[in-house]
Structure formats: structure tokens, C-alpha cells
Design a protein around this ligand. Structure first.
Ligand SMILES: Cc1cc2nc3c(=O)[nH]c(=O)nc-3n(C[C@H](O)[C@H](O)[C@H](O)COP(=O)(O)OP(=O)(O)OC[C@H]3O[C@@H](n4cnc5c(N)ncnc54)[C@H](O)[C@@H]3O)c2cc1C
Length: 445
């Protein structure tokens, strides 16, 4: 078995693993500190524990209860969103919030309090968790919900797996009439165009997200394609079926690590240009299956291997509305100038529904996510600059995507960290936590 890595394949660390089993009374002992591990879809080091032990939750895979009349599902924390969808969609229920991949566990979705294309309407995943059980290293089990042990709930949702192991959780699903989404694609010519379409779309569309051509400059800076949609009603007009639906699930896979030169400025420019112009400057409306609509990247298994062995850094920030225009402009300008093209850049407006977790990342504003191949010093310098712009704009960087933020940045982005710290299980830690809290002494068992 290959050693566990994060989705960004950076950093490479040595760690031990222990598999968890259903209904074990206590957590297994391990080398060094413990950290729960879901499907490893976090990009940086928040799902890594150098020198310590990862508690693999793949054995916690039981569905405990599902009520098809209310849409309440209770399952163990290692169940994936993919499994939940297979159960719930044929019965008319969908996830209340889903990230851009269905290959994440319920435990991972809680620990990062993940967000999706409907953040402006539904907030984060944690808002839809009715209750969960937390198992601590001292063997104690706690029921946590917004009403019962609310402090433990606030610390655990978005708590980066540090407050203990979530063994199971109960989630409220949302009703759907069929598995199709009516999707509109609207090209926008620059950043102002994005802000305009985003404003116009929020009231009537449950799902919004945009792809941005990160290499466009000058008057075209920030141009891209805006996707918005709603689940289709029971009766809908005949609409063209999106092509991506036909090709989805074809089982494409990246068979090996690609050499670094495959992703260069030229190939990324060509991709961005073709992608933008495939829309031919016109809006369109299509019917699309939920799978390619929510999970376009899942169609290519192991797509992170296109970045080769050195991996990549993802940078995702959120900046408040008041500073968003200038900050996003500066970030796009700096990355276009830096000669390090981001293969995929995504822009979205977050709504103002409060996140339930003390360390939850989403907050009102604009979020921008970019992928940078790890080219060493050059990449790090660029991402440091983007971090600085985010800080000065009063924003935050997403720990689930991070492998490099400084303790000072973490303190600025997450002012509730001091309230959170006493809830960290003394036997738990992660590479991320030690990096952003150099003073934290990992409790060795
Ligand atoms: C293609 C892609 C698209 C993505 N899109 C989005 C997006 O749109 N929005 C978004 O918010 N995120 C997104 N992500 C990030 C991803 O949703 C999160 O990193 C998620 O938390 C990963 O879940 P996982 O099961 O893989 O957990 P891991 O990555 O293995 O672990 C994540 C954290 O959860 C903790 N954890 C896992 N299981 C438990 C448990 N049982 N008890 C306590 N703690 C636990 C771990 O300790 C760790 O801190 C995306 C990732 C990818 C690869």
C-alpha cells in the first residue's frame, strides 16, 4: 500500500497508520500523536501527522438509519458522500451541502465544515448536522449538537480532526424531484462582469460558481464562465442534455505521475483559451445530471497526478465584500504576472449564513481558489504574496487547502483559535496544527 499523502501530494511525510473498526470501545494506541483520516481529499497537511499515527476511518462505513419520509440519515463517519448519494438520490433526497468531490467522508466534511456551490443559500455542511458522537482518547463519548454540548459541537465542526474522533453523525438531507439540474452557463468578460452576474444570480439560483481564465490580463482580467443552476422541477421543458453527462463516469484515470514540463505556461494558456471560447461568447441552458454538475473533476480518477511527484499547492482565500474587488484583482494580476499559471481557478460568492464551527473557514465575501504546480521557491514566493494580499484585505485562507500559512496568518484568520485550543484532545495533533501553533507541545503517549 502506498503511504498516505494529501491530495496536493505535498508535503511528503513519514507516518504510521491504524485501522478503526466498528464499535471498538476505545481508540487504538499508536506511535506519537493521533489524527483521524478520511479519504485524504484535503490538499495540504491538515490530514497528515508526521511522525504520528493516522486513524483510518474506512472501517467506519455503516449506514445506521435512514428515514425516507424526513430525509434524516445517520451513519458512521467513514461513510463517503458518494455512498450517501447512492442511497438517497433514488429515494428523492440530496446532500444539503457538497464540496466539489463526492469522495470525501462525513467525518472529513464535518472536520473542515465544507462548503459548496449553494453556500449563499444553505451555508456550510455543519449547519445541517443534527448531532454527532465524539470519542476522545480517554475513552469518553460525548453527544454533540447545537443544543447538547454546544461548545463541543462548535469546536468539532471545522475543528480539523483535533477534538477527537467523530464516530457517527446525523445529517438532514434535502428533497429533490429528480437527479437533474437546469444549468445556465454565462460568459463574463472581466471581473466587473463576474460581480454583476453573481449579484443577479443569487436570489433565483441555489447553485453558483465560476471558472476564471487566470491568464487573461488588462481589460480581460478575471474573464470566465459563470455556472448557475437549480434542481429541475418534476415537469420541465425539453432542454439539450449536457455533453459532459454523456461522457461522465467513463472511468478515465491518470495512470502515472506526469513529468513537470507537461503543465507549463503554454499548455495552461491553451487550455484556458479553448475552455473560455468553447462557449462562443453566448449564454446557454442545459439539463445536466447532478454528477457532472457537482463533481466534474471526479470524472478523471487521480487527476492530482498530472502535477507529478512534487505535487501542487492550492491557494483558497475568502475576502470580505468591502475589499473583494481590489483584492481579487490584485491576486489575479500577481499570479498572471508571476509566470506560474494556475491550471484551474474558481471564483464564488459566499453568503452571510453564519458557520457553526469556531474554526470554520467560510464567511461573507468572495472566495477564490487556484492550483499551482509546486516549482519550489518560485511557487512559495507567489503564494506568500497572495497570502499577504488576503491578510491585508481582512480575509482568510482555507486550512483544508493549505500547506504553508504562517502562525501569524493563522492567528489573523482564525481569532477563535484561543477559545478552540482547550478542546483539542491531548493525544491528537496534525502536521498543520504543529505548523501554525509552534508552541503546541504534541502529547506523546
Ligand atoms: C477535487 C476536490 C474538490 C474539493 N472541493 C471542495 C469544496 O468545494 N468545498 C470544500 O469545502 N472543500 C473542498 N475540497 C476539500 C475537501 O472537501 C475537504 O478537504 C474534506 O474535508 C476532505 O474529506 P476527507 O474525508 O477526504 O478527509 P481528510 O482529507 O482525510 O481529512 C480532513 C480532516 O478531517 C479530519 N477527519 C476525518 N475524519 C474524521 C473523523 N471521523 N473524526 C474527526 N475528524 C476527522 C482529519 O483529521 C482532517 O483534519 C475539495 C477537495 C478536492 C480533492
Amino acid at each position: 500500500m502506498s503511504p498516505p499523502e494529501s491530495w496536493g501530494r505535498y508535503p511528503h511525510v513519514e507516518q504510521h497508520t491504524r485501522s478503526l473498526v466498528w464499535r471498538s470501545d476505545a481508540l487504538p494506541r499508536g506511535e506519537g500523536t493521533l489524527l483521524p483520516r478520511g479519504l485524504g481529499r484535503s490538499y495540504g497537511d491538515s490530514c497528515l501527522n508526521a511522525g504520528g499515527t493516522l486513524l483510518l476511518t474506512s472501517g467506519l462505513d455503516r449506514l445506521i438509519d435512514f428515514d425516507p419520509t424526513t430525509g434524516v440519515v445517520r451513519c458512521e463517519a467513514g461513510v463517503s458522500l458518494d455512498t450517501l448519494l447512492r442511497l438517497s438520490v433514488p429515494r428523492g433526497w440530496f446532500l444539503p451541502v457538497t464540496p466539489g468531490t463526492k469522495f470525501v467522508t462525513v467525518g472529513g466534511a464535518i472536520a473542515n465544515d465544507v462548503h459548496g456551490k449553494n453556500h449563499h443559500r444553505s451555508g456550510t455542511f455543519g449547519r445541517h448536522v443534527r448531532r454527532l458522537e465524539l470519542l476522545r482518547s480517554d475513552g469518553s463519548r460525548r453527544m454533540c449538537s447545537p443544543e447538547e454540548n454546544p461548545d463541543w459541537f462548535g469546536a468539532t465542526v471545522g475543528g480539523l480532526g483535533l477534538t477527537g474522533l467523530v464516530t457517527w453523525a446525523e445529517v438532514q438531507l434535502v428533497p429533490i424531484r429528480n437527479p437533474f439540474v437546469v444549468q445556465e452557463t454565462i460568459p463574463f468578460e472581466n471581473l466587473d462582469g463576474f460581480f454583476r452576474v453573481s449579484r443577479e444570480s443569487e436570489a433565483d439560483h441555489d447553485f453558483t460558481v465560476s471558472w476564471v481564465d487566470c491568464l487573461a490580463r488588462g481589460r480581460k482580467l478575471g474573464r470566465g464562465l459563470f455556472y448557475r443552476g437549480n434542481f429541475a422541477p418534476s415537469q420541465f421543458e425539453r432542454l439539450p442534455l449536457a455533453k459532459s453527462h454523456l461522457s461522465h463516469g467513463a472511468g478515465l484515470a491518470v495512470p502515472m505521475d506526469l513529468p513537470a514540463f507537461c503543465l507549463n505556461r503554454l499548455s495552461v494558456s491553451a487550455f484556458n483559451l479553448l475552455y473560455y471560447h468553447r462557449q462562443r461568447g453566448r449564454p446557454s441552458q442545459q439539463l445536466i445530471h447532478y454528477d457532472p454538475f457537482f463533481y466534474p473533476l471526479d470524472a478523471v480518477h487521480g487527476w492530482n497526478r498530472i502535477y507529478g511527484r512534487r505535487g501542487f499547492l492550492q491557494f483558497q482565500c475568502v475576502v470580505p465584500h468591502a475589499t473583494a474587488r481590489d483584492a481579487v484583482k490584485e491576486i489575479l494580476e500577481r499570479s498572471a504576472r508571476g509566470g506560474l499559471p494556475s491550471f484551474l481557478s474558481v471564483l464564488k460568492t459566499f453568503g452571510d449564513l453564519p458557520s457553526p464551527g469556531w474554526l470554520s473557514f467560510p464567511r461573507p465575501g468572495i472566495t477564490l481558489a487556484m492550483d499551482f504546480a509546486n516549482r519550489g521557491e518560485k511557487t512559495w514566493r507567489l503564494v506568500e504574496e497572495l497570502d499577504r494580499v488576503t491578510r491585508e484585505a481582512g480575509g482568510a485562507v482555507y486550512p483544508a487547502k493549505d500547506a504553508r500559512m504562517s502562525p501569524e496568518s493563522f492567528a489573523a484568520y482564525f481569532p477563535q483559535r484561543e477559545r478552540f485550543a482547550p478542546y483539542v484532545d491531548p493525544a491528537f495533533s496534525s502536521s498543520f496544527w504543529r505548523r501554525v501553533n509552534p508552541a503546541s507541545l504534541p502529547a506523546l503517549r
